[in-house]
Write a protein that binds this ligand. Structure first.
Ligand code: NAD
Ligand code: TDX
Length: 343
């Protein structure tokens, strides 16, 4: 592969993927990162990568002439760029509609024109939410009690509905125009370089800043956590060995409720178990996400490597402790925005 485009490659998960490919796949000669460097994008996430293999183009995925120029020289596109935070989408949906829907449309039109392989990064949130395990007859293990590639699309927030829209565009472009595309829907990622607006880094950097962690509602909402390195390995397998037109669900059997995650953070950071505030709940807050990743495991042989959540969490906490310069300048602004919203 001579030239791979990674959109959103200066963000959390996209930059992890770029590091992963550079380290493990020398057959990729050149990576073009197309990133607008919004508040969520950071050049520093690409620091240390070889300049002759990784090039950052600062630009918008909605800029059709730019996208056309880049895609005509590419072998494949992996599309991570998005507005990614649910809480922001509830305050102002407009950039979510623009970047997530129009941006995807712009990319798939160019990939169609030049017959370029396209991989679409999406989320489990397109399927809406599931009841808590305790409310299910099979306690979460029965048929239909986790998300599968056949689950019905039922998104709840402006963010998840914009991602669902983009997935449906890709499916239609495969069927009607023969776009050589695959889609992956992954569960909640954690690891280094995640923006401090998100749950785990927000609580860790709160504690490091002397601010009490903030739990939405009663904290019973369940997320299915996966280390971002495991996500990157899965995306590479799908890009290189996945079947065109198929959807793969990526998840590592990491279900935990928010209270459990917060208590684990407090323990690892030597804080009392009750040293947090319960704050206003998120409107429309999805109750539970859970991924059935059987297809990915059986067809492509993927298995997660980060199976010890506490160990992964400890490394993540250490990373934020050691990289204050990466997050400190933004902390007050992020917390002021939450405070204004009662969170
Ligand atoms: P992020 O917010 O950390 O990064 C997004 C990146 O996209 C940033 O670098 C930003 O500058 C860039 N970007 C935003 N708008 C752009 C535009 N118009 N043009 C070009 N670049 C633009 O997000 P993330 O958490 O790394 O998520 C990456 C992708 O993975 C998203 O598509 C998201 O929906 C998906 N996803 C995320 C998770 C998760 O847990 N974070 C889980 C499943 C799927
Ligand atoms: O301060 C907080 N307190 C809290 O209790 C924050 C920021 C969040 N929460 C809760 C809300 C969720 O139940 O924690 C959970 C995780 O919240 P987020 O980190 O905002 O993630 P989530 O809304 O689950 O979405 C994430 O996973 C799916 C990513 O942000 C999405 O991009 C991805 O598609």
């Amino acid at each position: 592969m001579n030239n791979l485009i990674v959109t959103g490659g200066a963000g959390f998960i996209g930059s992890n993927f770029v590091h992963y490919v550079v380290k493990h796949h020398s057959e990729v000669k050149h990576i073009t990162v197309l990133d607008k460097l919004t508040y969520a994008g950071n050049r520093a996430n690409l620091a240390g990568l070889p300049k002759d293999r990784v090039e950052l183009v600062v630009g918008d995925v909605c800029d059709a002439p730019l996208v056309d120029k880049l895609v005509q020289n590419a072998d494949a596109v992996v599309h991570y760029a998005a507005e990614s935070h649910n809480d922001n989408s509830l305050l102002d949906p407009s950039p979510f509609i623009q970047t997530n829907i129009i941006g995807t449309y712009t990319l798939i039109q160019a990939c169609r024109k030049y017959d370029v392989r396209y991989h679409h990064i999406s989320t489990d949130e397109v399927y809406g939410d599931l009841p808590l395990r305790e409310d299910l007859p099979g306690h979460g293990e029965g048929k239909g009690e986790k998300f599968t590639p056949e689950s019905r699309y039922n998104p709840s927030s402006p963010y998840s509905s914009s991602k669902a829209s983009s997935d449906l565009l890709v499916r239609a472009w495969v069927r009607s125009f023969g776009l050589r595309a695959t889609i992956s829907n992954c569960s909640n990622n954690y690891g280094p370089y995640q923006h401090i607006e998100k749950f785990i880094p927000r609580q860790v950097t709160n504690i490091l800043s002397g601010i009490r962690p903030k739990l939405y509602g009663n904290g019973k909402n369940v997320r299915d956590w996966i280390h971002t390195n495991d996500h990157s390995r899965a995306v590479w397998l799908i890009l290189t060995q996945g079947e065109i037109g198929e959807t793969y669900l990526i998840g590592a059997d990491g279900e935990k409720n928010n209270k459990e995650v917060l208590e684990a953070i407090l323990k690892l950071m030597d804080q009392p178990a009750d040293a947090y505030d319960q704050v206003k709940d998120r409107p429309g807050h999805d109750m539970r996400y859970a991924i059935d990743s059987t297809k990915l495991r059986q067809e492509l042989g993927w298995e997660p490597e980060f199976t010890d959540f506490e160990k992964g969490l400890r490394h993540t906490i250490d990373w934020y402790r050691e990289h204050e310069d990466w997050w400190k300048a933004e902390k007050a602004e992020v917390e002021a925005k939450y405070a204004k919203n009662g969170q």
